[in-house]
Write a protein that binds this ligand. Structure first.
Ligand code: AMP
Length: 616
């Protein structure tokens, strides 16, 4: 008997999901469907995205609702438009052999009139993002008084996105006796709190241990010097010719910069971030889904709800600020029973963050070595060989050229031909990677070099490094005020709201110090420090007598001492391009969040103050 029938799902639904390729229930479906089918429990399911949780709640909903009635009976709330559409589509697919099932997707960024019209025609299942749902409720355009089930999907994400109040307001319009089913990838205290608030002795199901990532994901980290980060990243990509990955950055600017640098270097990449219009985002996602893009560079927020299967790698170009986000990021790979790799490219100072994620996930991460140039060449060579072996020949189209091709090669042996054919691509990699430096940094070395990088502004880490003009500023605080360089950096960033990454050389003296900022940030710093006091003493900032410095001269920008910065060797539209990775991108750095691990000068140490999210 079909295992879904055994779980209590009716034939017409089982037939529909069989057509989708669902032969056996996933673990979460196996365990939650029997519980949810009773319709009498509140429910908390701790499950990663990609585990099949949509069907875990979707199939029971289809069993439990009365589709002869045309009023809303189930409300599914989820954090993003993408997820909203996905869930709606999935439920429609599960129910395609049933009669009179009406599911509506309610989300922002699309015509509300269309959605209102669909609601008016009669729906039983409403799948919604909180903001638009509330809008529709406020227009009194929907009646939730007969709702029997509310599903809170990706509850942690909804809270992360600040939807708590909206959810409260929406749920207050539903009957008290409804059942609430909550799904979340992680279980931070906020989610616990809403589970407590909305539910009555819920049945709890934890797939794996709490906050544990998907077991099919391998976690790796690479330690590199900050200035080698972009080169190391590209080498990892080159070492994985069939990569279909999502690369996470912390800010929109970084996302954009990395994507631009990759495109310039000939990779098949694009960015997804909040500054894009919905139309632009849809376009990027369409290309990614269709695999016209190989690398999607995204921020955490933009990547929420991305439900693309077969993502082979998640790359943390920058580690996230919160541990929970790591789980969300890595959950974009290894979906639907597949395996995947989650890679973090870090400097030695970030090792502590890795250890913290390991503790949270209860999983050991593998320290991996950046492949050598030789490794990359070998890997690429065999990738070409496999491609030749597996290529689909279009007999009809190529037939007309065969005689000429044969003629061209008539004097060549098979061995010679194969050697030459494979060499076409191989030579490029050989050329590119000859003398490629070792990019692995030892823990001590990476820490030291990073400090050095800051002290001489030779930082070349990341694509967006490049020359920028800096101004040296004087500040009347120094070591007698118990500042070291890191403390001062934190203080400057907190007070003037500029990114730590944009601050250049810092010289801490006795009663004063000097620090450098990009010329365009001078005004921001001056304004930020206006009326600033430190321990009751006015803080004074002045442009130092030494004036501005063009870092091009003092640091050598992206290239230094004749050392080659690695460019990538990638494909774009079949055309391979090579290029250096350096771009003049420093202008963009100041929007970085900065200040992450800095001492907090607002009074209490940061750790003592209540934090909404768990930070490293
Ligand atoms: P979800 O976690 O609901 O987003 O599901 C992740 C992916 O797994 C989707 O592409 C589903 O279509 C697929 N899926 C869900 N349940 C099953 C199943 N029982 N068998 C095969 N694929 C499934």
């Amino acid at each position: 008997m079909n295992p879904f029938i055994q779980l209590g799902i009716r034939h017409d639904i089982v037939n529909a999901i069989s057509e989708l390729g669902f032969e056996n229930p996933t673990p979460i479906q196996e365990q939650s469907i029997p519980v949810l089918l009773t319709g009498s429990n509140d429910f908390v399911g701790l499950a990663q995205t990609g585990t099949g949780k949509t069907a875990a709640f979707g199939l029971p909903l289809l069993e439990l609702l009365d589709f002869e009635e045309n009023h809303p009976q189930a409300l599914v709330l989820c954090p993003t438009r993408e997820l909203c559409l996905q869930i709606t589509n999935d439920i429609k697919n599960y129910s395609k052999k049933m009669d009179n099932v009406h599911v509506v997707a309610v989300y922002g960024g699309a015509s509300i009139m269309d959605q209102l019209r669909q609601i008016k025609r009669g729906v039983q299942i409403v799948v919604a993002t909180p903001g638009r749902m509330l809008d529709i409720i406020n227009r009194k355009a929907i009646d939730f008084s007969k709702v029997k089930f509310v599903v809170l999907d990706e509850a942690d994400e909804m809270l992360n996105m600040g939807f708590q109040e909206d959810i409260d307001n929406i749920l207050s319009t539903t009957p008290d006796e409804k059942k609430t089913w909550l799904f979340s990838a992680t279980m931070p205290t906020e989610v616990r709190r809403i589970a407590k608030k909305y539910m009555n002795e819920p049945f709890e199901l934890t797939m794996g241990t709490k906050n544990t990532g998907n077991a099919n994901i391998e976690h790796e980290y690479y330690i590199v010097r900050a200035r080698d980060k972009y080169a190391a990243f590209k080498r990892i990509v080159d070492f994985n010719p069939d990569i279909f990955g999502i690369v996470f950055c912390r800010t929109k600017i970084e996302t954009q910069d990395i994507a631009e640098a990759l495109i310039k270097d000939g990779y098949n990449a694009d960015s997804l971030h909040g500054d894009l219009s919905q139309q632009q985002r849809d376009k990027v996602m369409k290309r990614y889904r269709e695999r016209s893009l190989q690398l999607l560079i995204a921020t955490d927020v933009a990547a929420r709800g991305i439900d693309v299967n077969d993502v082979t790698h998640v790359i943390n170009y920058s580690l996230p600020d919160e541990v929970e986000n790591y789980t969300h990021r890595s959950g974009r790979t290894a979906r639907a029973g597949k395996t995947g790799v989650s890679i973090s490219i870090i400097n030695a100072k970030e090792l502590g963050k890795i250890r913290q994620i390991e503790r949270t996930l209860g999983k050991r991460f593998v320290k991996a070595e950046i492949p050598t140039g030789f490794d990359v060449c070998e890997k690429q060579l065999f990738s070409i060989v496999h491609k030749v072996h597996n290529v689909q020949v279009n007999e009809q189209q190529i037939e007309q050229y065969i005689p000429r091709i044969m003629d061209e090669f008539k004097d060549m042996s098979k061995e010679e031909f194969i050697k030459r054919f494979a060499s076409i691509e191989f030579n490029r990699f050989l050329d590119y990677y000859k003398n490629a430096p070792d990019l692995n940094a030892s823990v001590e070395e990476s820490g030291r070099r990073d400090r050095d990088d800051r002290s001489d502004r030779g930082e070349r880490g990341g694509a967006p490094s490049g020359p920028s003009a800096y101004t040296r500023l004087f500040i009347n605080l120094g070591s007698v005020d118990e500042f070291n360089r890191g403390d001062l950096l934190g203080y400057i960033c907190n007070t003037s709201k500029i990114s730590g990454r944009s601050v250049g050389k810092i010289d801490v003296k006795g009663v004063y110090s000097f620090f450098e900022v990009p010329n365009e940030d001078v005004e921001k710093v001056t304004i930020g420090f206006k009326d600033a006091e430190y321990k009751g003493r006015p803080v004074r900032i002045e442009v130092s007598g030494e004036g501005t410095s063009d870092r091009r001269e003092s640091s050598g920008g992206g290239y230094r001492g004749g050392e080659r910065r690695e460019g990538g060797v990638g494909y774009r539209g079949g055309e391979r391009r090579e290029g250096g990775g350096s771009r003049g991108g420093d202008r963009n750095r100041n929007a970085n969040s900065g200040g992450g691990g800095f001492r907090d000068f607002s009074g209490k140490p940061r750790e003592d103050r209540p934090e909404r999210k768990r930070r490293f």
